[in-house]
Design a protein around this ligand. Structure first.
Ligand SMILES: *[C@@H]1O[C@H](CO)[C@@H](O)[C@H](O)[C@H]1NC(C)=O
Ligand SMILES: *[C@@H]1O[C@H](CO)[C@@H](O)[C@H](O)[C@H]1NC(C)=O
Ligand SMILES: *[C@@H]1O[C@H](CO)[C@@H](O)[C@H](O)[C@H]1NC(C)=O
Ligand SMILES: *[C@@H]1O[C@H](CO)[C@@H](O)[C@H](O)[C@H]1NC(C)=O
Ligand SMILES: *[C@@H]1O[C@H](CO)[C@@H](O)[C@H](O)[C@H]1NC(C)=O
Ligand SMILES: *[C@@H]1O[C@H](CO)[C@@H](O)[C@H](O)[C@H]1NC(C)=O
Length: 321
């Protein structure tokens, strides 16, 4: 038949892009024929790269204005007189390549491959972690959770700016998992992840990481400033953490003479087997102390000595900040 004859004489093949090349599910895209200035006998569109009757979408003969649909026709395709194909109400399955056969007046055909990608807009991601409060030198893992099957790219923000990766940080699983090990006090702050694909991007809500640290130890990042007891701006958390440290040191006999928190020394050389060696029990201890403090505070604001003096000192230090 005439149609079989058309299929034989394929010549040079070029690839063009759909308009738009990256389309959104539910919207429309145009697969252009680029036939300006040329006279054609007809156009045949196939789904995929194979020129085969089983992949036929639509066949249009210009002069007789006859349009015939094939097995790959979904009812959402319209061929224009210039050969371009309009796809409406796109589905993700419409992604892929399409092959257009342009048949000229002497029934020579020319193939064009058109590429189309259809995406769903991304949904808002969220940050998940086991614990948003960690002790300095521990590790923390933040996971950026995003729904949907579409491939997305993920980037991380810290205090509203692009996260600058240090050698203590590791990104895995296509950037969806951020591990900081060990955590430094400078890592405390607001984290966000942003997922994007070619048609959309969304940011997660703000996630606050609180880092508990020993203020008498110089920070890993920058020496000097030990004014902050806890990096993090929630006053309640700050106070609880300060108390937690104090109670912790008192319990473990880290220092006996101090009325000021800064006098409590935790020297690495003296305490190679010190309380900071076991991270897990340390973290538990701090949390327990914090809870304990919260529970007791309303009832008995003035426990036995020497706690009151030390508490006041700590509290005023916190308020000063
Ligand atoms: C072909 O016709 C359609 C509908 O009139 C138009 O939108 C499109 O720009 C034309 N040209 C191409 C190259 O698709
Ligand atoms: C071709 O046929 C369609 C209906 O099948 C009609 O809407 C359109 O106007 C016709 N075009 C021409 C150029 O005759
Ligand atoms: C688009 O497609 C979806 C499902 O494929 C359908 O529910 C919806 O009604 C369609 N919308 C239009 C405007 O055709
Ligand atoms: C998409 O394509 C797959 C495989 O080709 C098919 O199983 C699925 O039903 C299609 N989905 C829609 C909505 O057409
Ligand atoms: C990362 O993304 C690529 C492409 O989207 C995917 O093939 C791969 O499975 C992903 N890897 C992981 C660990 O999720
Ligand atoms: C968070 O960490 C504290 C100690 O830092 C611990 O007591 C608490 O159980 C942890 N919470 C979760 C949900 O793991």
């Amino acid at each position: 038949s005439l149609l079989t004859f058309w299929n034989v004489a394929a010549t040079a093949q070029l690839t063009v892009e759909a308009v738009p090349p990256n389309a959104v599910e539910g919207q429309d895209a145009l697969l252009p024929a680029h036939s300006e200035g040329q006279k054609f006998y007809g156009y045949i569109w196939y789904k995929g790269s194979q020129v085969h009757e089983s992949h036929l979408i639509i066949r249009h003969i210009i002069r007789s204005n006859i349009t015939v649909t094939g097995p790959a026709y979904t009812g959402r395709e319209t061929v224009y007189p210039n050969g371009s194909l309009l796809l409406q109400n796109l589905t993700l399955n419409d992604s892929g390549v399409y092959t257009l056969q342009k048949v000229d007046e002497v029934l020579q055909s020319q193939n064009v491959v058109v590429k189309l990608s259809v995406y769903q807009p991304v949904t808002q991601p969220s940050i998940q972690t086991i614990n948003s409060t960690v002790a300095e030198d521990d590790s923390v893992t933040l996971t950026c959770l995003s729904e949907g099957h579409a491939a997305v790219s993920i980037r991380w923000l810290f205090n509203n700016e692009e996260l600058r990766l240090t050698d203590r940080m590791k990104l895995t699983r296509n950037n969806s998992v951020l591990t900081i090990d060990p955590v430094w006090r400078a890592d405390a702050g607001l984290y966000q992840c942003e997922v994007s694909n070619p048609v959309s991007s969304r940011k997660s809500g703000l996630f606050r990481l609180v880092v508990l640290f020993d203020p008498t130890r110089s920070p890993g990042l920058s020496g000097g400033a030990i004014a902050g007891i806890v990096v993090g701006s929630v006053a309640g958390v700050t106070l609880a953490a300060a108390l937690a440290y104090f109670l912790y040191f008192r319990k473990t006999g880290g220092a006996s003479d101090g009325h000021h928190l800064t006098e409590h020394k935790l020297s690495a050389s003296n305490h190679s087997q010190g309380p900071f060696e076991n991270h897990l029990s340390k973290v538990d201890e701090i949390a327990y102390s914090a809870l304990n403090f919260n529970a007791q505070q309303p009832k008995s604001p003035a426990p036995a000595s020497p706690t009151p003096a030390a508490s006041e000192t700590i509290y005023s230090e916190v308020k000063k900040k």
